[in-house]
Design a protein around this ligand. Structure first.
Ligand code: GLU
Length: 471
């Protein structure tokens, strides 16, 4: 129970809508959503679309749909409580201008006319002399007249935030513990670009403060941005949230997860047939420790979610683990949704009257809908092709075995146990020597669902034909 006067936790997800949501950013959204739910707080969605060239409306719609599909609904943000809106940064320009003006009035920000070439040259010179590159402060020293001259020349300035030397910015990272950065290494940084748009550091920091976000969980690639953002919040007398920087997701090669090492968009996973709770169960364990690998719903995942269980070392992406949770999700899904999930191809193959039976029989053997299609084809197909090991198995068992099998099936068409018993006696085969060739002839596969329900699904006539073929 929360103490009466403790402020509500508010977390947020602040994607830049420049593409589809990938596993990495979905995990960030998930951790924030789980922590909000764990604390009975609020999860907020903000759209960081300041990069007008790369941000797209369709990406905003797609990411909101993906979050809904995963069950990561936000309580504050677009289409929800809008008490701190607007939530798209492209609509917050006026707010940012007020804060730019305030910083300028207090001499805490100044226009910078340096060209990219001049900046690059200065950077190289500093690096060559072994110093960390930071803005050299050229425009910080301009007087009003010098500024005016540059404006008259038509130069469009950036706005830079003035960082005072000799200070240390400290914060206690929710994941990585105490952090300290000396301001001498930071240097004055751009907060408004020449085109008038706010830079990421600025809008992100201002919005977290104005939207009263209390906890920010984000990728560790943002760790070094945090001291700058805290300086901005302090200069404007705004509140600073608690920041926690979560470890990166890496591929099997130890490098940041990329397309090549398996990073996939939520869309791709969804289109392949992954179920939302499979994705969520897997991602929740990528960098967060759970006691065991039990399949949980979002409420269960949130109950056990603790900031202290977030890991500092990189989290390794393992697709076999994703498939493990996908199997769990398939096991836990109700028959109706599983039927929908299996899709049109299965609907066309499986007679309506056999639907329940089909689902029960194959459920344990499918990961994705394509496997349901595979089993529907096997069970209800007119003809069956045998290849490789399956073909070798039936050849090895020989015609006598299959003649006995046909006879056993004729004698016991609906009693699998009795059929097998008779076949055992007649052929002398037992154990694997009996079941493997039987399975191979009936399904063309060497593994799969249990034979008894499979046989019940394949019509007696079909089953007989499949066995007789090898007799
Ligand atoms: N828009 C930023 C990103 O997608 C947000 C970073 C943050 O969470 O603060 O990387």
């Amino acid at each position: 129970m929360r103490a009466m006067n403790q402020p509500t936790v508010k977390t947020r997800f602040a994607p830049s809508p420049t593409g589809l949501l990938h596993l990495g950013n979905v995990r960030t959204a998930l951790f924030n959503a789980l922590y909000a739910r764990h604390t009975r707080g609020v999860f907020l969605l903000r759209i960081e679309d300041t990069d007008l060239e790369r941000s797209r409306g369709e990406h905003i719609l797609a990411l909101m749909e993906d979050l809904h599909w995963l069950g990561l609904d936000w309580q504050e943000g677009p289409e929800a409580d809008d008490s701190h809106g607007p939530y798209a940064q492209s609509q917050r320009g006026e707010i940012y201008q007020r804060y730019f003006a305030e910083l300028e009035q207090h001499g805490l920000a100044y226009p910078c006319f340096c060209s990219p070439r001049e900046l690059e040259l200065s950077r190289k010179t500093q690096l060559a002399s072994g110093r960390p590159p930071r803005y050299a402060g050229t425009c910080a020293r301009l007087n009003a007249e010098e500024r005016q001259k540059r404006v008259e020349k038509g130069l469009q300035p950036n706005l830079r935030f003035r960082v005072l030397d000799g200070d240390v910015v400290r914060f206690d990272d929710l994941v990585r513990g105490p952090q300290a950065y000396t301001t001498d290494d930071i240097g004055d940084f751009v907060i408004r670009r020449a085109d008038g748009n706010a830079a990421f550091f600025f809008s992100n920091a201002i919005d977290d403060a104005l939207m009263e976000v209390t906890h920010v969980l984000r990728g560790e690639d943002h760790l070094t941005n945090t001291p700058r953002q805290i300086l901005l919040q302090q200069a404007l007398n705004l509140h600073t949230p608690h920041y926690g920087h979560i470890s990166m997701i890496v591929g099997a090669d130890g490098a940041p997860l990329s397309k090549r090492t398996g990073s996939r968009s939520v869309r791709e996973l969804r289109e392949a047939g992954y179920l939302p709770l499979a994705v969520v169960n897997y991602l929740a364990r990528l960098g967060h420790h759970y006691e065991n690998n039990a399949y949980l719903d979002l409420g269960g995942l949130a109950r056990e979610f603790e900031l202290s269980k977030l890991g500092r070392s990189p989290a390794r992406y393992d697709p076999t683990q994703l498939d493990y949770y996908q199997r769990q999700a398939v096991q836990h899904a109700d028959a109706d949704s599983l039927w929908q999930w299996m899709g049109e191809a299965v609907h066309a193959l499986v007679p309506a009257a056999r639907r329940e039976e089909f689902i029960t029989t194959v459920r344990g053997n499918i990961v994705l809908p394509k496997e349901a299609v595979h089993w529907a084809c096997i069970i209800f197909a007119e003809t069956l092709e045998l290849h490789g090991e399956a073909e070798a198995l039936v050849t090895q068992a020989g015609p006598q075995f299959f003649a006995a099998a046909v006879a056993a099936l004729e004698a016991h068409p609906v009693d699998y146990a009795a059929m097998v018993e008779q076949l055992k006696r007649a052929s002398g085969a037992k154990g694997k020597g009996l079941f493997k060739p039987l399975r191979a002839a009936l399904t063309g596969e060497v593994d799969g669902p249990e034979l008894a329900p499979l046989l019940a699904l394949i019509t007696a006539e079909q089953a007989k034909a499949r066995l007789a073929r090898w007799a």
